[in-house]
Design a protein around this ligand. Structure first.
Ligand SMILES: Cc1ncc(COP(=O)(O)O)c(C=O)c1O
Length: 383
């Protein structure tokens, strides 16, 4: 019988179907084993079939999966506390829970606008960056500084202007009496694993303080231990006014969050924003397990094996190695799309972004031995 797909054609899928996993290993329908260097694009932070995560999720599923934010939701306060304690400090921030990165960014964009409206100021413009990625919904897509992703979906939302990443002068030129905030990823993920330079982040921070505007950071990909710290901005010694996160937060269970300084978060008054599924008990339990693991040595593990992997990638001598912790990129001098399929054929999973950058976002639990083996395979593919 002819094979007919009933799925929209918006994903260019690889011809492999993973059916289960264990730790940082994946297995396909035939039982073939793969080392996973992608974790479902930075989502499966605890890898696959993690005993504690599995137990907590199963236990919660047997009690209460969803109840609605019309009521107090079990475990929301506990996870919100973790997100605030690891960023602003206990009692100094507040959290809105969503289901994805784009949705967390929608909340972030709305809060920025509402914050200024509440103060009677006509500031609504957000400066974002060329090469950035903030999601596919209209607000987050409008914030995304990549015209190719917006093409065909115009008109995009007004109120976004795009500066050059790591170029403070280009930011200064865009500041006006309409500027509400600056929004950026501290490491542009989809844009090619491009870290912000230290001097740029410091200058950006000072600029926002001087101009009296908000500094917002998209920690969707860099957050929750991915770079070896809870939050990517912690590598730069600065604290944003608000930030979004998602991906690794639920270890595979969809969950996103907006975290803001308390005085800013106050603008999300009762009824001003919401989400049916956001912050359900199942996702909260999963997030709490992720944070328990990060606290119990996983962060240090990420730094240690991340450094090992980075050095290993450098030693291949085939391109520029970029990124922090377990968010690494290898920039080649040629397109890398075909290498992804070669990787799959040889039993290692990674992805290609910005045409020439191999992107590695392994589960945070990956072992040094697994990375050693992955490096051997990468060597075969690349040399
Ligand atoms: C930095 C960043 N922000 C936002 C998003 C969008 O997240 P989601 O796909 O969960 O909507 C992504 C996804 O790749 C991302 O990397």
């Amino acid at each position: 019988m002819e094979c007919i797909s009933h799925l929209t054609p918006n994903y260019a899928r690889l011809p492999v179907k993973f059916v289960r996993g264990e730790g940082a290993r994946l297995y396909d329908e035939e039982g073939k084993e793969y080392i996973d260097l992608l974790s479902g694009i930075g989502v499966n932070s605890l890898g696959y079939a993690h005993p504690k995560l599995t137990k907590a999720v199963c236990e919660q599923a047997s009690k209460l999966i969803h109840i609605s934010n019309l009521f107090e939701v079990p475990y929301q306060e506990e996870l919100a506390q973790k997100l605030v304690e690891t960023s602003y400090g206990r009692g100094k921030g507040k959290v809105f829970f969503a289901n994805s990165g784009a949705e967390a960014n929608e909340a972030l964009i709305k809060l920025i606008r509402k914050y200024w409206r509440d103060r009677g100021e006509d500031r609504y413009e957000i400066i974002t960056f060329k090469g950035s990625f903030h999601g596919r919904t209209y607000g987050s897509l409008s914030a995304t500084g990549q015209p190719k992703l917006q093409e065909g979906f115009e008109p995009i939302l007004p109120g976004f202007v795009y500066a050059k990443f790591n170029d403070i002068e280009s930011v200064k030129k865009l500041i006006s009496e309409k500027t509400a905030a600056i929004l950026l990823e501290v490491i542009q993920g989809e844009g090619g694993v491009n870290p912000a330079q230290g001097a740029f982040m410091e200058a950006l921070y000072r600029l926002t303080r001087k101009a009296g505007i908000l500094l917002a950071i998209d920690e969707v990909q860099t957050g929750n231990g991915r770079t070896g710290k809870y939050w990517g901005f912690q590598h730069y010694g600065i604290v944003p006014d608000l930030f979004s996160t998602a991906k690794g937060l639920g270890g595979g269970i969809p969950v996103g969050a907006l975290v803001a300084k308390s005085e800013i978060a106050e603008s999300l008054t009762a009824g001003s924003h919401g989400s049916t599924f956001g912050g359900n008990p199942l996702a909260m339990r999963a997030g709490l397990v992720v944070y328990e693991e990060l606290e119990n040595g996983l962060l240090n593990h990420v730094t240690r094996v991340g450094e090992f992997f980075k050095e290993g990638l450098k030693s291949l001598g085939v391109g520029k190695v970029k990124g922090k912790g377990l968010m690494l990129g290898l920039e080649l001098d040629k397109p890398c799309k075909d290498l992804v399929l070669k990787g799959v054929q040889k039993g290692v999973v990674f992805n290609c972004t910005a045409q020439r950058v191999l992107r590695f976002l392994p589960p945070l639990v990956i072992t040094q031995e697994e990375l050693e083996r992955a490096l051997e395979i990468l060597k075969e593919i690349l040399l």
